[in-house]
Design a protein around this ligand. Structure first.
Ligand code: DI6
Ligand code: FE
Length: 388
């Protein structure tokens, strides 16, 4: 898979040359330069090679789980009703505050290992279940730790603007002033933050409140992104785009004004079919409008305990196709080069000379098979920074 213009950028009978953690050459094997012919080589048996997969939106660090709430929703309660009844995000906050960093790490690693087993070589991890400064920092430290104990790259996002915790109920502005904004300064000073995120929604924060968070991020030189238009249209995508956000995510209720703003500002659309599926949402994200306006579309698991307890990027690709009518080619670019763009990576996401040697080798005949199968992992092997 490369950027050669063929469907999927596919090269038949290709060859790759790796040097350390870099790709130094990739093309058809018959064109392999003489200099490279005597290097030690590995025959991959004609298998498909793709870039390592990138999960650009996850909340894999959290305490407890929400199976009870799953039962409530099956009995008819909506996601918003559960949240307003003190369940939802706030109940995960209680469990996360009670967990030690070691416990958070162990439970997160089980989810990260499931992603790695499917060829993921980079993922984004958000805070947002601490909602006090100490626990937000703990979550981010655990996220950073994951890349030390596993061969995977992690990008962190500060998401204290995820929900208003019980102790600030009805006082969202005070929460922002006393916790969210000072916590961001501290997390940034501790080098724990790569980007700043928020949940712009009736049950969370308004566009005006998000603006304050984004202004602080901008002051600190940090990129922003936003959970926008997931349950209603508050104009979050327009707001995020006006800050040149890396991405706006979810987007079921996005309208054309939002799509245009994203197109003009290079903001990636991150679609999250796991949440759409879990919440039995009926409103489809406006895929055709995104295509018309050439907004790049990424796909991610949104792995979280409430709206998307999904730790499979391959199943996410299948859902992107079956639920959202993406093509299998869009699904694959959505978890490789466009996911890389959504995280601000310039050095990975395609197979090209000069990119990092993060590869996934698959037991499939054609790339469409990656999206076509349900609950089947065709990964043969994964290479991270040139090492198997
Ligand atoms: N939207 C989501 O889908 C997740 N966060 C968000 O802002 C849900 C998080 C949860 O329910 O725990
Ligand atoms: Fe999310």
């Amino acid at each position: 898979m490369t950027a050669n213009g063929a469907p999927y950028g596919l090269i038949e009978d290709g060859a790759l040359v790796l040097n350390g953690d870099q790709i130094t050459w990739v093309s058809a094997r018959k064109d392999l330069p003489a200099d490279y012919r005597d290097l030690p080589a590995e025959d991959l048996g004609g298998r498909l090679v793709t870039p390592g997969l990138i999960d650009c939106h996850t909340h894999v660090v959290f305490g407890g789980n929400r199976a009870k709430e799953f039962e409530m929703r099956l009995e008819g309660a909506s996601y918003e009703e559960v949240a307003r009844a003190g369940g939802g995000i706030v109940s995960t906050v209680t469990a996360t505050r009670q967990a030690s960093e070691e416990e958070l790490l162990v439970s997160a690693l089980a989810r990260v290992d499931a992603l790695i087993a499917e060829g993921v070589t980079a993922l984004e991890i958000k805070s947002g279940y601490g909602l006090n400064i100490d626990t937000e920092l703990s979550m981010l430290r655990v996220a950073r730790k994951i890349s030390e104990v596993r061969p995977v790259e992690v990008r962190t996002s500060y998401l204290a603007a995820h929900a208003v915790p019980a102790e600030y109920k009805g006082r969202a502005d005070a929460y922002l002033d006393e916790v969210c904004l000072p916590g961001l300064e501290q997390a940034h000073a501790d080098r724990l933050v790569d980007a700043v995120d928020g949940f712009c929604e009736g049950i969370a924060f308004s566009p005006d409140q998000m603006k304050q968070v984004f202004d602080k991020a901008t002051d600190l030189g940090l990129s922003v992104k936003l959970h926008a238009e997931q349950l209603s249209n508050l104009g979050g995508a327009v707001l995020a785009a006006s800050y040149q956000a890396l991405s706006a995510d979810h987007l079921e209720y996005l309208d054309e004004t939002g799509v245009k703003a994203m197109a003009e500002n290079g903001t990636v659309a991150v679609l999250l079919p796991g949440a759409f599926y879990t919440l039995r949402e009926k409103q489809l994200p406006p895929l055709e409008l995104l295509r018309q306006h050439k907004v790049p579309v990424a796909l991610a698991t949104d792995c979280n305990p409430g709206s998307s307890p999904l730790a499979s990027l391959l199943l996410t690709m299948n859902m992107g196709c079956t639920l959202f009518r993406m093509t299998p080619e869009e699904a694959l670019t959505g978890v490789t080069c466009i996911a890389a763009q959504a995280l601000g990576f310039a050095d990975r996401g395609t197979l090209e000379a000069g990119k990092r040697a993060d590869l996934a080798v698959w037991n499939v005949d054609h790339p469409a098979e990656l999206s076509y199968r349900i609950g089947f992992n065709a990964l043969e092997k994964r290479i991270f920074g040139g090492a198997a």
